[in-house]
Design a binder for this molecule. Structure first.
Ligand code: ATP
Ligand code: MG
Length: 430
């Protein structure tokens, strides 16, 4: 992508009303634009990051055998009346009427709709287990939308719903998804601590929230210090059940099983929340499948959310410095920043265009700052928007055939000989 032709409205001023780093940086980096309270447009740079996260979340769901669907954003009130949640849900639910005066709502979550789908098609225990998921925009009329996309009113959520024939099966599904969440957050460069949680309006008796540690988090998480040095082998459901972790009022200092010198506390951002709730919805919506012995069984259910748009902000909270965002490679909007630091020079132009073409041919996402700007302004922009690998072409390219590489995260710099650029590009593919 040539920056001269891109839509990247970076802001020089620090937006006055943005209280946390991720909100400020997303506005300054031209990732989002506020349309109204809790409603945002995702501009090209933000959209790229959001899509990368969405793809990783979706790949990890697919890997464990979940199937992706898309449900409507507007739902009939009648389904929620069947489950009994229509009255309970309160003002967070946006209720609307269609032209026939029928009650609709903008979906804040989708247990009812998916249960309605399953009851129409799944007739036998042989067709279970089944996990269906979607990644779609939800609307919740939050009392206090704040911190940008961290707590928006419209937000992108991955929501999965599981159906099992037996209690044991449902627990096994819960564990499988629990562990896949750890892998998902790991791929996003985040360490998530699963804490036991209340299942709230959803109902049920087993629930975990996945919390990312960051100073600006809305929760306080208390956890066993051994979370800080888990080996990959220990990152299982079974093992983590033996370690203490609780958030906010769920933590009771008087009855905490962890000795004080091993108890840590930090602020956390809730990026995921999973629930097992048994037959709450399947019973209410009268779902029945035939069982092994000719009797009917009512499926056991769970639901599993990940805040995809909130993750963009959470990743920034965990990865930034005074100069701006520092994207982990896996979600970076572009992997390489190609910076022409000397404009109006034919040799430099030839080199930079050649490197740009090579990067593109190798399928590496590159943002090429080809503008007629001061080098300092170009460096600052790439630092602000957080591109992880910077390749700078300036005077040394003409005199010594050398390009400069800068690692955004470590700040480490090294010179690359022009003759070695193909190898360097090859290395970037990994
Ligand atoms: P919170 O406690 O933060 O209000 P919740 O418990 O109401 O969230 P869930 O119903 O568990 O949220 O939704 C699943 C995930 O969706 C949450 O873990 C969170 O990451 C994300 N999420 C929920 N509400 C919002 C919001 N208003 N803006 C952005 N993401 C959200
Ligand atoms: Mg929650």
């Amino acid at each position: 992508m040539r920056l001269s032709a891109y839509f990247l409205p970076v802001l020089k001023e620090v937006p006055a009303d943005a209280q946390i780093a991720s909100h400020r940086l997303m506005l300054r980096a031209g990732m989002i634009n506020q349309c109204a309270s809790g409603l945002y447009s995702w501009l090209p740079l933000g959209q790229r990051v959001l899509s990368k996260i969405e793809k990783i979340v979706s790949e990890e769901q697919d890997k464990i055998g979940c199937h992706r669907v898309i449900m409507p954003t507007l739902q009939p009130a009648s389904l929620w009346q069947e489950s009994g949640r229509y009255e309970d849900y309160g003002k967070e639910m946006l209720r609307v009427k269609d032209r026939h005066d029928r009650d609709l709502l903008f979906g804040p979550t989708n247990e009812e709709v998916i249960t309605d789908v399953v009851r129409q098609y799944i007739k036998s225990y042989r067709d279970l287990p089944q996990v269906l998921y979607q990644i779609t925009w939800k609307f919740r009329d939050e009392m206090r939308p704040r911190f940008g996309v961290m707590r928006g009113r419209e937000f992108l959520m991955k929501d999965a719903y599981s159906f099992d024939a037996t209690y044991e099966g449902a627990r096994a599904t819960y564990q499988r998804i629990f562990e896949s969440y750890l892998r998902t957050f790991d791929r996003l460069g985040l360490v998530a601590i699963p804490v036991k949680a209340d299942s709230g309006a959803i109902g049920g008796d087993l629930s975990h929230e996945f919390q990312i540690m960051a100073e600006t988090g809305e929760s306080t998480v208390y956890y066993d210090a051994s979370y800080d040095n888990l080996t990959p082998k220990e990152r299982t459901f079974e093992h983590l059940q033996t370690l203490y972790a609780a958030a906010d009022e769920k933590h009771d200092p008087d009855n905490c099983p962890v000795p004080e010198d091993r108890l840590k506390s930090a602020r956390g951002i809730e990026v995921g929340h999973i629930f097992y709730f048994g037959k709450k919805y399947s019973e209410a919506l009268n779902v029945k499948v035939s069982g092994t012995d000719g009797q009917h069984v009512v499926p056991e259910m769970g639901s599993y959310g990940i805040g995809v748009s909130r993750l963009v902000a959470a990743i920034i909270e965990a990865n930034h410095d005074d100069a701006g965002i520092i994207w982990p490679d896996a979600v970076a909007p572009f992997k390489v920043a190609l910076i022409l630091a000397k404009t109006g020079d034919a040799t430099c132009d030839a080199i930079v265009n050649d490197v740009y073409e090579k990067l593109q041919r190798q399928g590496i996402e590159v943002l090429f700052d080809d503008r007629d700007e001061r080098p300092g302004a170009k460096f600052a922009t790439m630092d602000l928007i957080g591109i992880p690998h910077h390749l700078i072409i300036g005077n040394k390219a003409i005199q010594e055939s050398q390009l400069e590489y800068k690692n955004r995260r470590t700040g480490a710099r090294e010179m690359i000989n022009l003759s070695a650029i193909d190898t360097w590009i090859e290395g970037m593919r990994g």
